[in-house]
Each structure stands twice: as structure tokens, then as C-alpha cells.
Design a protein around this ligand. Structure first.
Ligand SMILES: Nc1ncnc2c1ncn2[C@@H]1O[C@H](COP(=O)(O)OP(=O)(O)OP(=O)(O)O)[C@@H](O)[C@H]1O
Ligand SMILES: [Mg+2]
Length: 362
């Protein structure tokens, strides 16, 4: 098999970051949708490289499902274009796009067996029976459900039903797999199991995938890149580690991980931070917001840092979260006594001006 080197495509997000990715997976340009007089999707550009998994992450109501439904073809866009591979699919219905979507409620037919549910999309496409049977068997094997082929959906667990929905999408051998909150109906343990399974299958088959989620842990653990959505727009697209270390906007910083604002007396901590004036464009100005992540806040001897009182200690399992003066949070291994006075230093801060990151990130 010969492979053509994919075209290079670029996209720029609101934070001004330009990402260059391999093309030919999914390309979304200028996607817009107004519903009920509101701009629900307000101009989205996104490239997903072939075989890449991108999560669309954002709070409830920010337009994730609306975006995914337009990509799948279940909802017409007001404007913009969608390409899958080399083809412009903008004007095509869902059945003519090389994509398959898994809906949040997985919509299995209760009167059909697992095998029949998975075979259904192939029946409607009139795929030859022998070929269809082979593909259904392979899909069921992939999601580890061969032993439940003859069960009805009501006789299997939530996680198994979720995997049937996944098999029903995979059996179509889509170029682009679209998953809307695929884990939201599962309990915490199953969620991790099915999440890892989806990632394993996606990587094994090399399917270009978009997963919609509002769960940052889910997005951070399975994605090649994450697109953070807010009010119908993408705020930033980046690899999980980049997104966490250098959130391009104030919104992304508050949505991914936790942060405390440095104001009041805590602002004095900046002097001790590694932050130098040259890190911040034009130096720190009035009105700049300075944020710090709990792992960048360190408790040291009183002589070595700014003095602060320990307000509260929250047990988090293998570490503790210490709440200090001014609502500053620190993650520590061994917590100090509540009410004691400790030295505090920070080694890294994030500075935002007009909502955009201007410095302090490494
Ligand atoms: N047909 C419609 N008419 C009017 N408003 C709509 C319609 N469909 C969706 N909306 C609105 O669009 C906004 C975005 O909806 P969408 O379902 O895309 O959000 P979401 O990001 O998927 O949220 P969630 O995480 O809760 O699923 C919501 O405020 C919703 O009320
Ligand atoms: Mg939704």
C-alpha cells in the first residue's frame, strides 16, 4: 500500500496559537449555526489529522452537540464547510458521509439482539450478508462482546450497551468517528474502563475521531489534542500538556485544572516567583490577572517565604490540598496544622490581560 504524504493544514485559535497538523482527516472551516435567534456555533475552524483523536471540551450549552451534529450531517450548517479526507461533505446527508456517530443515549433497539443492533447499519446499506456477518463478528470481538451477541440490550450492563453502540459505529468502517458524551451514563469505574477501550480501539484502527465531552479528566487522558469550546467558539486547540501548562485564555485556565487568583496580600508572592518582568509583555500592569496552580504553590520554612496562615486542609487521598490566606490553594504531601503560620513560595504563575495569556508560562 502506498501512502501519499498528507497536506499540511494550519488553524489559528483565539489565543493566537497556530497549530500545524497533518491533513486529510477532518477539516472544519467557518462553521456557524443560529438557533432561536442565538449564535449557538459562532464560526468554528478545526483540523483533525488522519488517525488523530480530538476532544471537543466545554461547559454545558456551549454548542458541542450542535457542532457534532453538523459534522455528522444531522443538522445543516448556516455557513461554513466540512471536509472529510479529500471530499467536501458539507451538502451531503449523514448516510453519504464517511462518518459514524455514537449518540449520548446510544439509542439501541430493545427488541433486537446485540448482534442485530450492530448489523443494522449494514442491513440498511444492503451490504452482502456474508460480508456483513464477518464485519459484525469482528466489531463485537473488538469491543469484547462476542459472548453477548445473542443478548438483548436490556439484559446487559450500561457499559456493555455503550460498547454495543460503539461497535455499531465501528462496523460501518467510518473514516471519521464522532462520539457525543460516550461515557456520561456510566459510573466512575466503568467510565475509565470504556474510555481506555475507546482509545485502544481508535488507535488500533487509526480512525480519525472527535469526542464531545464536558469532563476535563476524560479529555486530558484520551486525546491527542483538545479543542476547548466556550459560547460557540473554540478558545484553544492544543495537546493536553500544552493546554494545561499554557492555557491561552482566562477561560481555558479556569476550565482546565484548578487555579487560584493572586490578589490581596498573595500578590506579593509574585516577587518570589520565577516570573521576571521580561516574561510579561510590558511588565505587570494594573488590571492584569495573576493565576497560580496549586502544584506551583509550595509550603516552606517561615524564614524562606511569605508568611501565611493555614485556613483549611482537605484530604485528597495520596496528597492534601491546603487552603491558605486569600483563598490560595496548595497541593502538598504532608499537610501543616490548621491555624499554623507557614512560609509560602510560588514558582510559576499565569498572567492574563484582557482575558489572554501574556506571560509567566514556561
Ligand atoms: N433547536 C434549538 N433551538 C434553540 N436553541 C437550541 C436548539 N438546539 C440547541 N439549542 C441551544 O443551543 C445551545 C447549545 O446546545 P448544545 O446541545 O450544542 O450544547 P452542548 O455544548 O452540547 O451542551 P451539553 O454539554 O449540555 O450537552 C443550548 O443553549 C441549547 O439550548
Ligand atoms: Mg451536548
Amino acid at each position: 500500500m502506498t501512502t501519499t504524504p498528507p497536506a499540511t493544514v494550519m488553524a489559528t485559535d483565539r489565543g493566537g496559537n497556530t497549530t500545524t497538523t497533518r491533513g486529510q482527516g477532518l477539516q472544519i472551516r467557518g462553521l456557524r449555526k443560529t438557533l432561536g435567534g442565538r449564535d449557538i456555533v459562532a464560526g468554528i475552524d478545526l483540523d483533525v489529522a488522519k488517525g488523530e483523536l480530538v476532544s471537543l471540551l466545554g461547559p454545558s450549552g456551549c454548542g458541542k452537540t450542535t457542532t457534532l451534529r453538523m459534522v455528522a450531517g444531522f443538522l445543516d450548517a448556516d455557513s461554513g464547510s466540512i471536509r472529510m479526507g479529500e471530499a467536501d461533505v458539507t451538502a451531503l446527508g449523514p448516510e453519504r458521509r464517511p462518518s459514524a456517530m455514537v449518540f449520548q443515549n446510544y439509542a439501541l433497539w430493545p427488541h433486537m439482539t446485540v448482534q442485530q443492533n450492530v448489523a443494522f447499519p449494514l442491513r440498511t446499506r444492503r451490504v452482502d450478508r456474508t460480508v456483513a456477518d464477518q464485519r459484525v463478528d469482528a466489531a463485537l470481538q473488538l469491543v469484547n462482546l462476542t459472548h453477548h451477541a445473542r443478548s438483548k440490550p436490556t439484559a446487559i450492563s450500561g457499559g456493555e450497551q455503550q460498547r454495543v453502540a460503539l461497535a455499531r459505529a465501528i462496523v460501518q468502517e467510518p473514516d471519521v468517528l464522532l462520539l457525543d458524551e460516550p461515557l456520561s451514563n456510566l459510573d466512575a469505574k466503568l467510565r475509565v474502563e470504556v474510555r481506555d477501550e475507546i482509545r485502544r480501539i481508535q488507535q488500533r484502527l487509526g480512525i480519525t475521531t472527535v469526542i464531545v465531552t464536558h469532563d476535563q479528566d476524560e479529555a486530558l487522558s484520551v486525546s491527542d489534542r483538545i479543542a476547548v469550546m466556550h459560547d460557540g467558539r473554540i478558545e484553544q486547540v492544543a495537546a493536553p500538556a500544552t493546554l494545561y501548562a499554557s492555557p491561552a485564555t482566562r477561560f481555558v485556565a479556569s476550565f482546565i485544572g484548578s487555579t487560584s487568583a493572586l490578589d490581596g496580600s498573595a500578590r506579593g508572592l509574585i516577587d518570589d516567583a520565577l516570573l521576571t518582568r521580561s516574561d510579561v509583555d510590558g511588565g505587570l500592569r494594573d488590571g492584569d490577572e495573576v493565576l497560580v496552580r496549586p502544584e506551583s504553590v509550595h509550603i516552606v520554612a517561615p524564614t524562606e517565604g511569605r508568611l501565611m496562615r493555614v485556613e483549611r486542609v482537605l484530604m485528597r487521598g495520596h496528597f492534601s490540598e491546603v487552603v491558605l490566606d486569600d483563598g490560595l490553594h496548595a497541593f502538598v504531601g504532608r499537610p501543616p496544622e490548621v491555624g499554623s503560620v507557614v512560609g509560602v513560595r510560588v514558582d510559576r504563575v499565569l498572567v492574563y490581560r484582557d482575558g489572554l495569556l501574556v506571560g509567566g508560562a514556561s
